[in-house]
Ligand binder design. Structure first.
Ligand code: FE2
Length: 259
């Protein structure tokens, strides 16, 4: 099967550009399953029911998130009931929402998706390395096809997790930095990996935000409101080929499309 994993969708510009491309990519590449990181889909920070429904309507089947998941306060309540939007599994155990899902495709295949968050240069959370193993064991009873979104800042933490999970999951896809890395590969025991899949959002921006605002913040350190940048967008994603029986990845291709 083929899985398309789409990088952080940034605000309205990201949503609109994704909408213009997604059905074409899914059709041309015979994609079976679409995952997107959507933690910045609503105004550049957080996700709402409305923006999530927009992503679902254009063909995204599961949405992953990260440190921005609670930025819109209505999301706290919403995630009690919406299991197709994940929040990191290694958040405190009593927070709302789900850290993983087994998604049933129309063709009968089942795909597990697990959302993790890193701890290096990020807010404190439980250990993603220790949290993920019991979750994998649980999902393996249902399917061998498992995709992990490792939402993290540090390359080393993402790489270490990928080798730790090599052979246990189909893919470890890094998100959060919004900058696509060119290190996509299949690890020795059959797990596909990329350090960061990138984003769908404005090209002239600092990870999606207006350049002037971020430069000013670095210059004077005064907190201020951030807005999503305007202008042409790019789309970043990866297509992962997976053996339906073993769950091992047989290929990973990086996508970068300019508007
Ligand atoms: Fe993030």
């Amino acid at each position: 099967m083929k899985v398309l994993f789409i990088g952080d969708v940034i605000g309205r510009p990201g949503r609109l550009f994704l909408k213009s491309l997604l059905s074409g990519i899914v059709h041309n590449r015979s994609i079976d399953f679409v995952i997107a990181n959507g933690e910045n889909a609503a105004g550049g920070f957080g996700i709402t029911e409305k923006t999530a429904n927009e992503l679902f309507a254009m063909g995204v089947q599961v949405i992953t998130t990260g440190n921005h998941v609670w930025d819109k306060k209505e999301t706290v309540q919403y995630l009690f009931s919406e299991n197709k939007i994940l929040r990191p599994l290694n958040f405190p155990p009593d927070v709302p929402g789900f850290g993983s899902i087994v998604f049933n495709l129309k063709n009968g295949l089942k795909v597990g998706v697990i959302n993790l968050i890193g701890r290096v240069f990020m807010n404190l959370s439980d250990c993603p390395f220790r949290a993920v193993i019991p979750e994998i064991e649980k999902i393996k009873k249902i399917t061998n096809i498992i995709i992990v979104d490792m939402h993290a800042e540090a390359t080393s933490e993402k790489q270490a997790l990928s080798y730790y999970l090599d052979g246990k999951v189909s893919a470890v896809v890094g998100t959060h930095t919004h900058v696509q890395t060119s290190d996509e590969k299949i690890l020795p025991y059959g797990t596909a990996y990329i350090t960061d899949v990138g984003m769908v959002g404005p090209m002239v921006s600092v990870i999606g935000v207006q350049v002037e605002q971020i430069v000013r913040k670095f210059l004077n350190q005064i907190p201020q409101k951030y807005d999503v940048a305007k202008g042409s967008c790019f789309f970043c994603g990866v297509v992962i080929d997976i053996d339906n029986q073993t769950g091992k990845a047989t290929g990973i291709e990086r996508l970068l499309v300019n508007e």
